[in-house]
Design a binder for this molecule. Structure first.
Ligand code: AMP
Ligand code: MN
Ligand code: MN
Ligand code: MN
Length: 287
């Protein structure tokens, strides 16, 4: 009976962001919000950066929240950006740190090109504007551009900015080469982590069915072990679809809000639906 009670009380959120990448809250504030929302197991998974782990771990220890260091690695697969979450990584691992530093190194030039492209579309001063919203200058990204346009009253909300300017094919979108799938999984595993394919429903429109299946094949062949089933970006139907994929492929199931900030994320930290109970949760590997 005790075991069931523990499972029922588990509220895991294994995907969220802080100001270390493109979240709106400092790492400790993300942890406090998670705690207030009843999270018992939390991973901070900033894009391509581990810097928030120590601050978040300290705050989690203070509040009695189980904390898992994580990262969300930007990957390019067949010209499509794919995200791989690493859970339970050692934030001090040199190879992981070096790999992420390399992935980050392209962002400055990309931001300059985004700014130039947006200027051609009639939006000037974007680079200096976006920089004001990027607390970590090496991690400047599309969300910072979007927030600047919202704050300056040009656009009503971040989603609208993406729809008009920043999504694939829009005037401010600059194609970019991130890490290879295999190397991202290799860095995560080398740092003692579990590699999880993040929000897979986000890629299927841009990949053929065959290429999408092959993404899973290559991910598993590289040593990937998990898939986000319940994700902030997934509808309940999409969660069911990837629950089926997890069963069929024997993948561990993960759950994550992908929280970035209040009013900006569809799901608050710690407010995800539970995983289907028959799936093996990824945290069985994180203890
Ligand atoms: P980047 O790594 O600079 O390409 O930025 C990717 C980030 O942009 C994602 O992690 C989200 O935070 C944000 N993003 C991407 N698409 C959207 C969208 N349609 N609406 C709001 N935010 C988005
Ligand atoms: Mn983001
Ligand atoms: Mn993502
Ligand atoms: Mn994310």
């Amino acid at each position: 009976m005790g075991g069931f009670a523990i499972i029922r009380q588990m509220n895991a959120d294994l995907h969220c962001h802080s100001t270390v990448s493109d979240g709106c809250l400092e790492p400790a504030a993300v942890v406090r919000r998670a705690y207030d929302n009843g999270v018992t197991l939390l991973a901070l998974t900033d894009h391509d950066e581990l810097d928030g782990a120590s601050e978040a771990a300290r705050e989690a220890a203070r509040l009695g929240v189980r904390f898992v260091p994580g990262v969300e690695v930007s990957v390019t697969y067949q010209n499509v950006t794919v995200h791989v979450v690493g859970l339970g990584v050692d934030p001090e691992n040199p190879a992981l740190q070096a790999g992420l530093a390399r992935v980050r190194s392209g962002r400055e030039e990309r931001a300059r090109r985004m700014s130039d492209a947006l200027a051609r579309a009639g939006l000037g001063g974007m680079l200096s504007g976006a920089r004001r919203f990027a607390r970590n200058p090496t991690m400047i990204g599309r969300a910072h551009f979007a927030r600047y346009l919202v704050a300056s009253g040009v656009m009503p909300d971040v989603r609208t900015v993406f729809d008009h300017y920043l999504s694939h094919g829009k005037p401010g979108f600059i194609p970019h080469r991130w890490a290879d799938l295999e190397e991202a999984v290799c860095w995560i595993r080398g740092a003692g982590g579990v590699a999880v394919l993040a929000h897979p429903a986000r890629y299927c429109q841009r990949l053929s069915t065959a290429a999408f299946d092959r993404l899973f094949d290559l991910f598993v062949a590289a040593g990937g072990e998990g898939v986000e089933v319940v994700a902030g970006a997934h509808s309940p139907e999409e969660a069911q679809r990837f629950a089926t994929v997890a069963r069929r492929r024997g993948l561990l199931a993960s759950v994550g809000s992908d929280f970035h900030g209040e009013g900006e994320s569809p799901v608050d930290v710690g407010r995800c639906n539970p995983l289907p109970p028959d799936l093996e949760p990824v945290w069985s590997r994180l203890t």
